[in-house]
Ligand binder design. Structure first.
Ligand SMILES: Nc1ncnc2c1ncn2[C@@H]1O[C@H](COP(=O)(O)OP(=O)(O)O)[C@@H](O)[C@H]1O
Ligand SMILES: [Mg+2]
Length: 268
């Protein structure tokens, strides 16, 4: 195995990269969805992935959530390898326990809110901190109340998900993800399933989180004004590769790649 796949190589745990994909390939059958993909996200940065449907954006987030595994390449989170573990200097495919530990650094909000339907809002937020992190119930509830204030839902703490609008449910899902104190928040088209009048409220909450916390964000969105507001970097994806990247000003005002221009003119 080449040295750059070794999780202990210099630079891999020096705090300059929170997420690192090295030559990651993912195939579904004969369909190569990610093709030798390299990219990094520095701590505290907000990086947005844009690109046509089917270009592999969700696959990147699902790899980070370990819902699927890459066919080739390595993925590191905060220097720890998500794909392999070092046992006495020899790399082995990562085991479940190792994956669970690295996974704790990552929170995700999905397009469909995926709340626990049988639990009230408060318990939706406290469940994982108590059962996965071993946090005391009191501490988890105190934290949940702070987060509900952050997402503007304090008065809904005792409701069930079905008693809330889609936008409110998505704000609970954001609070639930943050309750695990992740280092990075993954957001996959979190407003795409919402009625149009509910989109702004959710984006306002995310803008607030982006500007008032130091959490790292990796965000897939078609909301280009939002992407412009919060992003440090925008990565344009096509056919499993980053075809162009840069500041939001650069990508949105002066894209160099023809496919980026076509994509943006089709959606803006
Ligand atoms: N579980 C799966 N099985 C087979 N093909 C999949 C699976 N997940 C995604 N794909 C395929 O991978 C490609 C990229 O999908 P995805 O990452 O969801 O794209 P995006 O989020 O950019 O729209 C698509 O062609 C999709 O059909
Ligand atoms: Mg997707």
């Amino acid at each position: 195995m080449s040295t750059d796949q070794n999780p202990s190589v210099p630079g891999s745990k020096d705090g300059t990269e929170l997420i690192r994909f090295d030559r990651v390939t993912k195939r579904f059958g004969s369909n190569t969805v990610l093709d030798n993909l390299d990219f990094t996200v520095a701590p505290g940065k907000h990086v947005t992935l844009i690109g046509p449907s089917g270009s592999g954006k969700t696959t990147i987030l699902r790899l980070l959530m370990t819902l699927i595994r890459p066919d080739e390449g390595t993925i590191r989170v905060d220097g720890d390898c998500l794909t392999h573990e070092d046992k006495g200097g020899v790399l082995h495919p990562a085991g479940e326990k190792h994956i669970r530990e690295v996974r704790k650094k990552i929170g995700m909000v999905f397009q469909q809110f995926n709340l626990f339907p049988n639990m009230k809002v408060l318990r939706n937020i406290t469940e994982a901190p108590v059962h996965v992190l071993g946090m005391s119930k009191d501490e988890a509830e105190e934290r949940a109340r702070e987060l509900l204030e952050l997402v503007g839902l304090t008065e809904h703490i005792d409701k069930y998900p079905t008693q809330l609008s889609g936008g409110q449910q998505q704000r609970v899902a954001i609070a639930r993800a943050l309750a695990m104190r992740p280092q990075v928040l993954l957001l996959d088209e979190v407003t795409s399933a919402l009625d149009p009048e509910l989109v702004a409220g959710v984006l306002d909450v995310l803008r607030d989180i982006a500007h008032s916390t130091d959490i790292t964000m990796l965000c897939v969105t078609h909301e280009m004004n939002f992407a412009r507001d919060i992003s440090d970097d925008v990565l344009m994806f096509d056919q499993g590769k980053v075809i162009e990247s840069g500041s939001p000003e650069k990508i949105f005002n002066d894209p160099e790649n023809e496919r980026t221009r076509e994509f943006l003119s089709a959606i803006l």
